[in-house]
Design a protein around this ligand. Structure first.
Ligand code: AMP
Length: 113
């Protein structure tokens, strides 16, 4: 069983979030420590630990998360934005429930750190 993360608590409503989009498969809410004027996290309701643990049966869900990320960016008035999925602690993942960062509202350097 996947560990109960802070995002599972948010999904259950045990702790609050600033939600910007919700449907039967995912929830999008503002990051508590934003790295840009817009910083939203899109998370599946299904408790997938990270992208590296996703399986073929998650294909449609993964596509849905990206479409929701684009929808949220549009909703936030962003033409240009970045989507980031950190997989594993060495890549910066700190919450082990899959999430897509949607970041924008300022110019973004490449490559990321
Ligand atoms: P990552 O480092 O890719 O695992 O991203 C985890 C993100 O979750 C970080 O950007 C945190 O700021 C964010 N975060 C952690 N706790 C909360 C919370 N309670 N509400 C919103 N965002 C959170």
């Amino acid at each position: 069983m996947v560990d109960d993360t802070i995002f599972d608590k948010i999904l259950r409503g045990d702790i609050p979030c600033d939600a910007v989009y919700s449907d039967d498969r995912c929830l999008a809410f503002r990051d508590i420590a934003p790295q840009a004027p817009v910083h939203v996290l899109v998370i599946p309701r299904k408790p997938i630990e990270s992208l590296r643990s996703a399986v073929a049966a998650d294909e449609a869900l993964l596509g849905h998360l990206l479409l929701v990320a684009a929808r949220v960016a549009n909703q936030e008035g962003l033409d240009d934005f970045r989507t980031v999925i950190n997989s594993g602690s060495g890549a910066g993942q700190t919450v082990f429930h899959l999430h897509v960062h949607v970041i924008g509202g300022r110019s973004l350097d490449w490559p990321p750190g």
